[in-house]
Write a protein that binds this ligand. Structure first.
Ligand code: MG
Length: 168
């Protein structure tokens, strides 16, 4: 028997399509964080630079987790094209605001996958996605905390604000 037919597809086709979209979104988030890291790196904002390089790697890790899951479940993972990434920022606060917007978008997209998995009784995908639901709560909370710090620091010079921000 050929491997292709021996391997059973357990993932629902609809969930697989949404998860492939999710891979593209996570990879785009990764590329976007890389652009943010570069902006901070050029200005020697050391904590923010480290934070965004780390975020870029984490998002790639998320994409890979989904990538491997789809194939394991007998589906077909698709390596995505990365659409245009913004490399042009007005300031550090704007970068963190953009990063919160991005995380909220990712959260909404995870919810969409989760709802679909639930509605078609794709239990394996639903359980797999639970980790991402919790992860997004953490991701959003971290960036909201950073934006609170900005509010507290007011008009302090950027480097002094950066020194008070987390590296990861
Ligand atoms: Mg992610």
């Amino acid at each position: 028997m050929k491997t292709a037919i021996r391997k059973q597809m357990t993932i629902s086709a609809d969930v697989m399509d949404l998860l492939n979209d999710q891979i593209a979104l996570e990879m785009h988030a990764s590329a976007s964080y890389l652009a943010m890291a570069s902006w901070c790196d050029q200005r020697s904002l050391l904590n923010s630079k480290a934070f965004f390089y780390k975020q870029a790697e984490e998002e790639r890790g998320h994409a890979m987790k989904i990538f491997e899951f789809i194939n394991e479940a007998g589906g077909a993972s698709i390596s995505p094209a990365i659409p245009s990434v913004n490399n042009d920022f007005e300031g550090l606060r704007e970068i963190y605001e953009a990063s919160l917007d991005q995380e909220i978008q990712v959260t909404q997209s995870i919810y969409k996958c989760f709802k679909k998995a639930r509605s078609v009784d794709d239990f394996a995908s639903e359980v797999f996605l639970q980790w991402f639901v919790s992860e997004q709560v953490e991701e959003e909370d971290t960036v909201r905390g950073i934006l609170d710090t900005f509010d507290l620091m007011g008009d302090m010079p950027l480097k002094m604000i950066d020194e008070r921000l987390p590296k990861e």
